[in-house]
Write a protein of this length. Structure first.
Length: 200
């Protein structure tokens, strides 16, 4: 692998690579908890604690099904809950990781081409992007929602930008935080580096 700043094209993951996803989820869980409290005898802090701790310990899979079972909540609330999580508004903007911001800033100064390819529900990911404090660099970034094509590690989202921007594989690198990002890079035949291993 060549020196990090010697590439021409940089593809970043979003959640937990550029910002801490739990910051977004905590506000969403808080709003969901208050919504459920208003429709039942449940206390919002109990719901919030369950959502937060279960996500941290077990991940997002079947999270709301577990919630319904734990508190005997009617599953027909799922549509409303998902709508809250995916489209809530908050006065608070989510900050980029300082390290990630410095890397992005330097790449912009070097006139590099920068993409962000993110998995997840399109409405929710767009909402995260909207509520992130990009500190005046957003216009230098190109955002791709992988689920518009097929979620990573599928390479379909990369094939789209590869053709549209005439990317050369040996001049392109993926920066992420997970095995899915690494597998994505492998499927795209491009280099990969974990954000945790990247030195400024």
């Amino acid at each position: 692998m060549k020196s990090f700043y010697n590439y021409s094209n940089y593809i970043f993951d979003f959640d937990n690579t550029l910002f801490h996803e739990i910051d977004y989820l905590k506000i969403g869980y808080s709003k969901i908890s208050k919504f459920l409290e208003s429709n039942s005898d449940l206390k919002s802090h109990q719901i919030y604690d369950f959502l937060n701790l279960t996500f941290l310990n077990e991940g997002r899979k079947n999270l709301f099904n577990k919630l319904f079972t734990k508190f005997n909540i009617n599953p027909n609330k799922l549509k409303s809950i998902l709508e809250i999580l995916r489209s809530f508004e908050s006065e608070k903007k989510f900050n980029l990781y300082p390290k990630s911001y410095k890397i992005l800033k330097k790449l912009i100064e070097l006139n590099k081409l920068i993409f962000i390819i993110t998995n997840g529900n399109q409405v929710q990911q767009n909402n995260k992007i909207k509520m992130t404090n990009w500190m005046n660099i957003k216009h230098n970034l190109k955002f791709i929602l992988a689920n518009d094509f097929e979620k990573k590690p599928s390479n379909l989202s990369f094939k789209y930008i590869e053709e549209k921007f005439s990317l050369k594989l040996n001049k392109t690198i993926m920066i992420g935080d997970s095995s899915i990002d690494e597998e994505f890079a492998l499927n795209c035949s491009i280099d990969f580096i974990n954000i945790k291993n990247l030195r400024l």
